[in-house]
Design a protein. Sequence first.
Length: 255
Amino acid sequence: MKTKTNCAFGSIIYEYDSLDSTQTEAKRLALSGIKKAVVVAEEQTGGRGRLSRNWKSPRGGGLYVSFLLTPNILPSAIHLMNFAAGLAVVSCLNNFYGMGAALKWPNDVIVEEGGGYRKICGILAEAAIAADEVKYCIVGIGVNCKREAIPPELSGRACALDEYAPDMDKKILLERLADEFFRRAENFERGGAEQLLREYVPCCSTIGKTVRIETDGKVINGTAVGIGPSGELLAETGNGIEKFSSADVIHATIF
């Protein structure tokens, strides 16, 4: 560990040169009794995203951070911490760096350009639950910061912050992101899902798009028409309006 410093919302930032995964280290801290923390690393040797996919995390290439917290919410709502994190990233990128970032349901942060889109950030939330209590929640965020660090095979589907803000400082980005995320997490605890989703819907670029939905080994084509009260995607398909709580979604058409 390099340093340990205080940050907003009563958290401590644990900074590392290299980690297998900031998620794994945050879990270790949680199991040691720490209730709230920020874990950040210059590189991850075993970074991962949704569905246990590998997340490329080369040294200096991005902001690799996990937020540990113990939210007072129902376990059934824990997935909405992904939404809070996505909104925090979009707010940072748009308000501080002048970008036009948006969310692809549920929590991919994308930039739409020239009739297509590229992903700039991935988010992964994990939690420990006992009975009706959330013991802890860990939200991992990976923001691509350096274009040169994006693998060639992903160059057409991913972008980096330095393409839009060449002089960006990762420490400042971390401070801003921590502030945006913890503020939304606390508002979520107080105001519930309704307030969070009111902010989410205008930021969700998926709504109104023709989409391809991959779930349970099936591919379903339709049009995304809205977000349900628990954050599920509502899509008009050949079977009418269907709800999807967990799926891979691809924007087939960019308007």
